[in-house]
Design a protein around this ligand. Structure first.
Ligand code: GDP
Length: 294
C-alpha cells in the first residue's frame, strides 16, 4: 500500500483547479465524517487500488490575481511544501512568465519528489513542437520527471497518476477509501446551502449564486453559521426569498438538517440575501474558504 501528500503549485490560470478536479474525477463531495487531524488542510483524497493520494491545499492555490503571487510565495506556502511527498509544478505548454520563475524558485528547493506537469497540450497541434520545451524544462529541473497533460480534456492523466503513485511512500491509508475530502466544515456549510438552493430554485435561477459564510463557530456541540447569499439583481433576490419568505425558510430548514447530520452537532443557521455585483469571484471564493487575510 502507498499513501502520501501531493501539492500542486503553479502561477494563476495555469490550470491547478482543473487538474485537481480531473485527478479526483469528480467534484469535491460532502463526506459524513468530521475531519481528522492532519498536518495539512486537504483539498481532496483519491483512493484507487492500493494507493491513496492526499492533495494538500497550498496557500495561494486559489489565487487568480497576479499581484497576490508574492504573497503566495510567503512563508506558509514554503512550510506547506516542506512535508509533502510529491510536488506537481504546473506550467503552460507555450507560455513562461515571471510568475513561473517565482514558482520555479520554490519548486527547485523542495525535497519532495518533483514532477513538472505541462498542461493544456490539447491546444498543441503538433506534439513535436513540445520537444524544445521539454528539453529546457529538463535542464532547468534535472531531478524532475516531466509529464505533458491536458487537465481539461483528461489527456494523459493516467500517466500522471502512475508517476505520482510510484513516488509515494509505502504506507497504510490515512483515510477511509470512501472519503473524498476533509475540507473545512465552513466550506461544507456553503456547499450544503448551495445544494439546497439549487434544488429549491431549479431553472428559476439560471445563474451562479455566491455564498459567503460570514461566521462559523462551533462550541459545546452547537455550530452557529451565518451565511450571505449574493445575487446580481433585485428580482433574483425576490425569487429567492419567495412569498413571505417561505422559500428561503424552506431552504434554511433543509440546509440546517443536512448540516446537523454532517457535522454531528446541533446547528443554528442564519441566512441573508444581498444584491451585489462587481466582486471578483475569487475574492468571494477565498473568503468562503476562510482565506480572509488575502
Ligand atoms: P488555476 O488558476 O491554476 O486554478 O487555473 P484553472 O484551473 O482555473 O484554469 C484556468 C483556465 O485554463 C480555465 O479557463 C480552464 O478552463 C483552462 N484550462 C485548464 N486546463 C486546461 C487544459 O488542459 N486545456 C485547455 N485548453 N484549457 C485548460
Amino acid at each position: 500500500m502507498r499513501c502520501g501528500y501531493v501539492a500542486i503549485i503553479g502561477r494563476p490560470n495555469v490550470g491547478k483547479s482543473t487538474l485537481l478536479n480531473g485527478m479526483l474525477k469528480q467534484k469535491i463531495s460532502i463526506t459524513s465524517k468530521k475531519p481528522q487531524t492532519t498536518r495539512h488542510n486537504l483539498l481532496g483524497i483519491k483512493t484507487e487500488g492500493d494507493c491513496q493520494m492526499l492533495f494538500v491545499d497550498t496557500p495561494g492555490i486559489h489565487i487568480k490575481e497576479a499581484r497576490a503571487i508574492n504573497r503566495y510565495m510567503n512563508k506558509s506556502a514554503k512550510s506547506a511544501l516542506r512535508d509533502v511527498d510529491v510536488v506537481l509544478f504546473l506550467v503552460d505548454r507555450n507560455r513562461w512568465t515571471e510568475e513561473d520563475d517565482l514558482v520555479a524558485d520554490l519548486f527547485k528547493k523542495v525535497a519532495a519528489k518533483q514532477i513538472v506537469v505541462i498542461n493544456k497540450v490539447d491546444l498543441v497541434q503538433d506534439r513535436a513542437t513540445l520537444l524544445p520545451l521539454l528539453q529546457s524544462l529538463q535542464e532547468k529541473f534535472p531531478d524532475a520527471e516531466l509529464v505533458p497533460v491536458s487537465a481539461e480534456k483528461s489527456l494523459n492523466l493516467d500517466t500522471l497518476d502512475k508517476v505520482i503513485s510510484d513516488s509515494l511512500p509505502a504506507s497504510p491509508f490515512y483515510f477511509d477509501s470512501e472519503q473524498v475530502t476533509d475540507r473545512s466544515l465552513r466550506f461544507l456549510a456553503a456547499e450544503i446551502l448551495r445544494e439546497k438552493l439549487m434544488r429549491q430554485l431549479g431553472d428559476e435561477l439560471p445563474y451562479a449564486l455566491t455564498i459567503q459564510i460570514e461566521k462559523f463557530v462551533e462550541q459545546d456541540q452547537l455550530a452557529t453559521v451565518e451565511a450571505t447569499i449574493f445575487v446580481e439583481k433585485e428580482g433574483q433576490k425576490r425569487i429567492l426569498i419567495g412569498n413571505k419568505g417561505e422559500r428561503l425558510k424552506r431552504v434554511g430548514i433543509d440546509a440546517r438538517r443536512d448540516m446537523e447530520d454532517v457535522f454531528g452537532t446541533r446547528v443554528v443557521l442564519n441566512t441573508w440575501v444581498k444584491v451585489k455585483s462587481g466582486w471578483s469571484d475569487d475574492e468571494r471564493a477565498m473568503k468562503s474558504l476562510g482565506y480572509d487575510e488575502y
